[in-house]
Design a protein around this ligand. Structure first.
Ligand SMILES: [Zn+2]
Length: 121
């Protein structure tokens, strides 16, 4: 990958990382506000808030995974091996990196891993 492409990729990753972190902060604040609200809410309200919390927690989990992948991609840029599949070491296609700048596997290895996970679950 060319130097200027790499730089813009890094900027994309850093910006995405910041956006997720901001959202997480917001999420934590909202959660705290909802917890304070619990003492005043009746049981029906607690039940519905609980569902919302579970839902935002799942979103949060997924974002945390992305965050880890972004960190990994950033350290790969620093090490100079960004854009290579961690499994088979081929260059990940630029199209794929454009869609998922934090991809650490090529499409074949990613699909294989997903298939393996599906079998396990
Ligand atoms: Zn691969």
């Amino acid at each position: 990958m060319q130097e200027d492409n790499l730089l813009s990729m890094k900027q994309t990753l850093v910006a995405k990382r910041a956006a997720i972190l901001n959202k997480s902060l917001e999420f934590t604040r909202e959660q705290r506000e909802e917890e304070i609200g619990f003492s005043r809410a009746d049981e029906t309200e607690i039940a519905s808030v609980d569902t919302n919390l579970t839902l935002s927690y799942q979103i949060h989990e997924r974002e945390r995974t992305v965050l880890l992948q972004i960190d990994r991609a950033l350290s790969k840029i620093a090490e100079g091996n960004y854009g290579k599949c961690e499994d088979c070491s081929i260059d990940i296609s630029p199209k794929r990196l454009e869609a998922r700048p934090f991809a650490i596997y090529c499409i074949e290895c990613q699909e294989e891993r997903e298939a393996n996970n599906a079998n396990k679950g």
